[in-house]
Each structure stands twice: as C-alpha cells, then as structure tokens.
Ligand binder design. Structure first.
Ligand SMILES: [Zn+2]
Ligand SMILES: [Zn+2]
Length: 368
C-alpha cells in the first residue's frame, strides 16, 4: 500500500517527504498505522552519519504509537484494531536472554535489524522503485510500517497515542532506570538533565527518593527539572572542580544512586566517585564516543560500590510497557510537559534543527 513517509537518503541530507510503497506483512509480522512519533536523539545520530546500524536510504523513527491494520500469517497475539507501541528492543520470550529473567535485552533479531531489514532479510519498503531500509526495526516516520510481532507492545485502548508514543524510548529509559535502582528515602544524583535526565528525575520521585540532585552545565535546565521533582541543582559551569565535593556533601558523604546521562567518560568517573562507599550504585546511560574508555581504579568499586548500565530502563517491552502506560493514565507519570512542539511530517527537518539547537525538549509528529 502507499504510505506517506520521511526518507533519509544519506547523512547530512534533508529528509524527502514522499510516498513509499509498503508490502504486506509476512509470517510473524504486523502492519501498523502510526498515529504519532516523537523525534529522538538516536535518529539524529543517523542524520549525522554516526549510527553504524543505519543503512541508507532509510525510514527513521523509533518513538511511535499506532494501531494494527493487518496481521501476517502466524501472528497469534495481536489483532486488527489493537493499539501498539513499536519496540526497538523486541521480546521473543524464547531466546537465552529472554529466558534468563536477568535482562530485558533480546537480541533474537538484532543482526537483521541492524542491517535495516526484517528478520527474513528483506525490506517491506520501496521508494521510487528501489529498496528503502527499516531503522531500529520500527521506522515510525512512515504512516504505515511493518514490525515483527515480537517487537510490538500491546497497550490499553484509552491511552492517547500522541502522548504515550514517548514511552517507546526516552521516557521509559529514564523512568525505568530510576524505578530499578532507587529506593524510598534515597539521595539520588543525575548528571545531565536532558530528555533522559528529566525522566530519571520523575522516576526517582515516583520511587520515593528523598533528595534528587541535578548537575548540568546549563542553568536553564533547572526549572523544568524542578517541575518533575528535582530538589537541588548544581550548575557545573560555575565551579567544575567542586562538583564532586558538592554532591557528596548533599548526600551526607555519598549518594545512594548516581545516574550518568552525558556520555562523557570524565563525568562517568565523577558519577562513580560521588557514590557512597559500601553500597552506592552508579548507573551509566549516556552513550560515549565510539572507542572511548573509562579509567576506574579497582578500589573505587572494591568496597561495595556497584557500576552498572541500563538499556530501555530495564523494561521488557511487551510484558512491561503496560505498567508505564498505567502510570501515565493514573496521573503519576507526566508526559504532556515534555512535549514542547507538535509537527506535521513535512516539518521534520525543522524538528531536528530544534533538537540540535536545544530549543525543543520533545517534538512529536502527528500523522492525523
Ligand atoms: Zn530514542
Ligand atoms: Zn528473546
């Protein structure tokens, strides 16, 4: 069928908004009509040419929500009309990772996903007679997209798709990471109050943290973060050499949990250093430049600190995302204040420009 989509032909080029041809779903696949899609930083890495898993021409987008319009053969758990959120991290339920119950990672279709094709090795998109590639297995910058059933979370019908689409990436990553590690009464610090950071703030608040400290180079981030539950702000541009000392002092010697969202290895080390000796946990979420390494003296962890990472908030998408939709519908998790701009697909370039210059927190494309 014909679908309106934004096509990225090569890094650095503007998007081409045009009609693409979408082939019907094959076995285990589902055709989804996307209602809305957020713009996320990982799409920007494909635009800038630093994402090794993007094959051009590509249809980007991985923070969408929509409705099932057709199911392929062998699809058992979804039906026409179901509301879904596409997942770049699937949950097959049968691989070693899924069966371990120790991780939310499922790499069952990662090799083909990272080549921009469906699990059978082919693409469902054609543009001007040529193959156009999927991106992150989701391609939500197309009105119609084909996604494997194992990469779709079925959600309740009363949740507004143009808001819960944000649960497809950034919000769940931040809130989930906080819910995993923060306990009631904890002192928490977040380095970097961008899209992930502010959601760690609200996750920490939901988890009952006693003190939520934010560290950022831009004082302009403080106001919104306070709205989400931040209790203390440190402007790291003022006295960068004193940040570690300031955070430790606010934590009574050390914090219970530190989250790193900047991707700078120096800040990662700082996040570990502010953790309380004996039990403090440092969680890495920021993505470092390719090949970067972090230096850690063994003594920094030998006395009981934990250094760990988190992917998609530790959430198994198909079985775990419904809880986050409920948190939103119950008024405990906020999505609306995160959305600063709403766009038509034709204005997608402008949306990414706003992301680059920092004037938008989250932009959402509306297909209807
Ligand atoms: Zn994302
Ligand atoms: Zn699996």
């Amino acid at each position: 069928m014909a679908s309106r989509a934004a096509i990225l032909t090569a890094p650095g080029n503007p998007f081409v908004v045009d009609t693409v041809e979408v082939a019907p779903p094959r076995p285990g696949e589902v055709l989804v009509e996307i209602a809305a899609s957020g713009l996320c930083h990982t799409d920007l890495t494909a635009i800038e040419g630093s994402n090794a898993s993007c094959v051009y021409p590509a249809i980007l987008g991985h923070e969408g929500a929509g409705r099932v319009v057709e199911v392929g053969p062998e699809v058992r758990g979804l039906a026409v009309g179901d509301h879904v959120i596409p997942l770049y991290g699937p949950e097959c339920g049968a691989c070693r990772m899924c069966l371990s119950r120790r991780t939310n990672l499922c790499w069952s279709i990662k090799p083909t996903r990272d080549r921009g094709v469906m699990p059978d090795g082919t693409s469902r998109f054609r543009w001007r007679g040529e193959v156009a590639h999927h991106f992150m297995g989701t391609s939500t910058f197309s009105r119609y997209t084909v996604v494997p059933e194992i990469a779709l979370a079925k959600i309740r019908q009363d949740a507004p798709l143009d808001r819960v689409c944000l649960l497809g990436c950034g919000v769940t990553t931040g809130v989930g990471a906080a819910l995993d590690d923060v306990r009631e009464g904890d002192t928490v610090v977040i380095f970097g109050l961008g899209g992930i950071g502010v959601n760690i703030v609200q996750g920490a608040r939901i988890a009952g943290a006693g003190r939520i400290i934010g560290v950022d180079l831009h004082a302009s981030k403080e106001l919104l973060a306070r709205r989400f539950g931040l209790t203390d702000f440190i402007d790291a541009s003022r006295e960068p050499g004193r940040v570690t000392e300031q955070v430790r002092a606010l934590g009574g010697g050390g914090v219970d949990v530190a989250f790193e969202c900047t991707g700078h290895t120096g800040v990662m080390r700082q996040a570990l250093d502010v953790c309380q000796v004996g039990w403090g946990t440092c969680v890495l979420l920021g993505v470092e430049p390719a090949g970067a390494e972090m230096a850690v003296p063994p003594v920094a962890v030998r006395y009981g600190r934990t250094l760990k990472g988190s992917y998609f908030g530790g959430v198994k998408g198909r079985s775990g995302l419904g809880r986050f939709v409920d948190l939103y519908m119950d008024g405990k998790l906020e999505l609306d204040p995160l959305i600063t701009h709403r766009l038509d697909l034709a204005d997608i370039d402008e949306g990414f420009r706003r992301m680059q210059d920092g004037s938008a927190l989250r932009s959402v494309i509306h297909f209807e």
